[in-house]
Design a protein around this ligand. Structure first.
Ligand code: EPS
Length: 387
């Protein structure tokens, strides 16, 4: 299974093509739209999100509620496009027209400058339109689709915010995954710790009033995974490596860890490895410091993947930059921006992880029909239980 996204931030919309998904998978489009709506919310989002109301329009591959095995096309409209019709039109336009909204001042931390140099775009709008995090709406649609595939084989995911602007959430126990999901959905910053949420929102307010932005750390948990997805035999078959690559591909992400991650640098091996036990459900681990992976393969313990997002680079209080026409120092272009998009980004990270796991499930158990995949997963679980 693979997917491609296309579309600019202020163009007509975003297109996604998912290819290789099994036939016969029941898809609830409303569930995909709910995820898209969640991505748009969260404390700290900017004015653009008041304009958009993201929804998928299915253009191929799903018929009467089920996948056919053909490529699936989703279309998500950019409502803001009506204000940018001429700026973004495909047809040629006069060079001297104001309407082009040409950008010559690269924003530090964005793709603007290097993208311009690489593709010889003297108008940096040609870079920023595609490098914009608007594209993450398409990724969330793919992830929401994959989560429906994963549910069929007993795998479920959720994500939450651990840190925003230095404010750390305490880990807390929850009765069920459903309870955790409800707490997270009810939190404006998508965290499990309501006290820390207040502090996080204060940091966001401060950043906003200072014309600044703040980042944070998000965590995705994946439950119900079978052991043995991925493989140790070749570098490019290790599933934790594929997930790390996918997470790092989300705009503004600068680091990924599994389980205790970077903390392992401070502890001996005896406090980091997870002892093995055997019970009614087969082999298990007595702890999960390694976050569900050994040798690039899932262990069957929950996958715990955390990742850090840098503060959004578009600042109202801009940093120094250089105008690419005059080569003079200027203050970088002020565009509309979010002061914090960490809550939204947690859903994007969850989505890209959902895709990598769904892809691996199909690679391991077959691509053709959902029923066959389900049957094979059940057989495999039973085989491992007594192994
Ligand atoms: C973004 C800048 C803002 C964000 C945008 C990502 O958009 P605009 O330039 O229209 O103000 O709102 O995010 C989204 C549109 C979205 O859907 O998340 C950027 O430069 O990356």
């Amino acid at each position: 299974m693979r997917y491609l996204t296309a579309g600019e931030s202020h163009g007509p919309g975003l297109t996604v093509i998912i290819e290789g998904a099994p036939a016969g998978l029941a898809i609830d489009l409303n569930q995909i739209n709910i995820e898209l709506k969640k991505r748009q919310s969260g404390y700290g989002r900017g004015r653009r999100m008041q304009i958009e109301s993201d929804q998928v329009d299915v253009r191929s591959g799903i018929r009467h509620g089920k996948t056919t095995g053909a490529p699936i096309t989703f279309w998500i409209e950019n409502k803001d496009h009506t204000h940018w019709k001429h700026v973004m039109q495909a047809e040629p336009i006069d060079d001297d027209l104001e309407v082009k909204r040409r950008v010559s001042r690269p924003r530090p931390g964005h793709a603007d400058l290097v993208g311009g140099m690489k593709y010889d775009h003297r108008d940096l709008r040609d870079v920023l339109e595609r490098s914009s995090a608007r594209e993450t709406a398409a990724r969330v649609a793919v992830g929401a689709f994959c989560k429906q595939l994963l549910e069929q084989v007993g795998v479920s995911l959720f994500s939450y915010v651990k840190v925003i602007g230095g404010e750390k959430a305490e880990t807390r126990a929850f009765e069920s995954l459903q309870e955790a999901k409800e707490i997270i959905d009810a939190s404006p910053v998508r965290t499990l710790d309501e006290v820390a949420a207040e502090r996080m929102m204060r940091r966001i307010d401060e950043a906003k009033s200072n014309g600044d932005s703040i980042g944070g750390i998000v965590c995705t948990e994946v439950h119900g995974v079978v052991p043995g997805l991925g493989s140790y035999v070749q570098y490019d078959r290790k599933l934790d490596a594929k997930i790390a690559q996918a997470v790092m591909s989300v705009n503004a992400f600068k680091g990924v860890e599994f389980g205790d991650g970077f903390d392992m640098a401070y502890r001996p091996g005896s406090e980091v490895m997870d002892p093995i036990a055997y019970g009614d459900d087969g082999y298990t681990r007595l702890s999960n410091h390694l976050g569900g992976f050994e040798g690039g393969m899932t262990t069957g313990m929950p996958i715990l993947c955390s990742a850090v997002m840098k503060p959004i680079p578009t600042l109202y209080k801009p940093l120094q930059s250089v105008d690419i026409d005059t080569k003079e120092a200027f203050l970088a272009q002020i565009e509309r921006s979010d002061s914090c998009a960490v809550p939204a980004a947690s859903l994007v990270v969850e989505a890209v992880i959902a895709f990598e796991i769904a892809k691996e499930v199909c690679e391991t158990f077959g691509h053709d029909t959902m029923e066959r995949i389900k049957r094979r997963v059940d057989e495999y679980r039973e085989e491992l239980r007594v192994w």
